[in-house]
Design a protein around this ligand. Structure first.
Ligand code: CU
Length: 248
């Protein structure tokens, strides 16, 4: 649904794009999707084998964090859903789109620090889209973007502070967002140059809507289990399916 929203926004919002910031972007034509021929690529990220057991996060070094957990929080490094799929897998079109500049949605993507945990655990955002980082906790956090293609940064955020707003100027998939105060805090950020990405949820599925017809390389990135890719061909106005399987 989110992806569909991106495309609709881009189709209607091209006139209000911010000025291109780099020569590369300036040289690219604005993306255009013909709704009459666009289709959907969908699938599931499966996990076979013994489900990994995630350790309980030790927050004893910071009682005010620990007090916020009704039950001890578990790490989210590998989360296998009850239906045998993987949660928090980042899926995207890696290759196959015509070169174009895709304008980001105007609305920010939110990343919240709550109970001394980053939510969501994996964040998908577009190049030049605003990331709004909130601190819902009664403690200081130190938001550290450990990006490599994009310039890394590290900012402190006081309890209930105004959201910190940041953008990323280059595609980069994935990099960790950590907290210098609480070493267990870690989310992963995927910065995409186009809107065709998704993060799997409780059913492990993804759906990339509004995709122009073509042959595409689809990539899955999981923070611990690594990258996988496969090819799909999407007919005009059609649907295409591709599943990926991780496991041990
Ligand atoms: Cu923190």
């Amino acid at each position: 649904m989110f992806l569909q929203g991106c495309v609709v926004l881009m189709l209607s919002g091209c006139g209000s794009n911010p000025a291109p910031q780099t020569q590369t972007k300036a040289a690219l034509p604005e993306a255009h999707v013909d709704p009459a021929t666009a289709g959907t690529i969908s699938g599931k990220i499966l996990f076979q084998g013994a489900k990994p057991v995630m350790p309980t996060i030790d927050m004893s070094s910071n009682p005010s964090c620990e007090r916020q957990q009704k039950t001890p929080a578990k790490a989210e490094t590998v989360v296998v859903n009850p239906n045998g799929t993987l949660r928090y897998a980042y899926v995207r079109i890696k290759d196959g789109l015509a070169p174009a500049h895709w304008a980001p949605p105007a609305e920010p993507v939110k990343l919240t620090q709550s109970g001394c945990i980053y939510t969501p655990h994996v964040v998908g955002i577009m190049v030049d889209q605003t990331l709004s980082i909130m601190n819902d906790d009664p403690v200081n956090h130190n938001v550290h973007a450990e990006s490599q293609t994009n310039a890394a940064w590290n900012i402190s955020e006081a309890p209930k502070d105004e959201p910190k707003l940041r953008k990323f100027s280059s595609e980069e998939i994935l990099f960790p967002m950590t907290c210098s105060v609480h070493p267990w805090m870690r989310s992963w950020i995927g910065v995409s140059s186009h809107p065709f990405f998704a993060v799997t949820g409780e059913d492990g599925s993804f759906s990339l809507a509004g995709v122009p017809p073509g042959t595409y390389t689809i990539e899955v990135v999981q923070e611990k289990l690594g990258r996988k890719e496969g090819k799909v061909t999407l007919a005009a106005g059609g649907t295409a399916a591709i599943d990926f399987t991780y496991g041990n």
